[in-house]
Design a binder for this molecule. Structure first.
Ligand code: FES
Length: 114
């Protein structure tokens, strides 16, 4: 079960606010979430790099649909969060839904909230 949190009123607002291959961080339910868009779609991943804690939003997108950490250049697939540069790290990913009444990020509910 997810908590669906509205981040934009509509897709146009989303596209105007987040340019392709750039990142915006949202703090939702005490989680920093890095949101981006590119030719492959819309993506949301944890902002904190699992290697050593850098803010991934200060990194950049690759042409292989990855987010690259600014500190040590580890790469993570934006879709499933898995490290593509080795090391066995993975990012938490968040689903994005674009509905007629807004753009939402899904945050998994804790077991005690369900
Ligand atoms: S802190 Fe991100 S790769 Fe090291």
């Amino acid at each position: 079960m997810y908590h669906w949190i509205k981040i934009f009123e509509n897709q146009t607002e989303f596209k105007n606010y987040i340019q392709p291959n750039t990142f915006v961080v949202f703090e939702l339910k005490n989680q920093k979430i890095c949101v981006t868009r590119n030719a492959n779609g819309f993506f949301a991943v944890q902002d904190k790099c699992p290697h050593n804690g850098a803010s991934l939003s200060k990194g950049f997108c690759s042409d292989k649909n990855e987010i690259i950490c600014p500190l040590h250049r580890y790469a993570f697939n934006l879709k499933d969060g898995k490290a593509t540069s080795g090391g066995g790290f993975a990012l938490k990913t968040y689903p994005i839904q674009i509905q007629s009444n807004g753009v939402f990020i899904g945050i998994k509910a804790k077991w005690w909230e369900t």
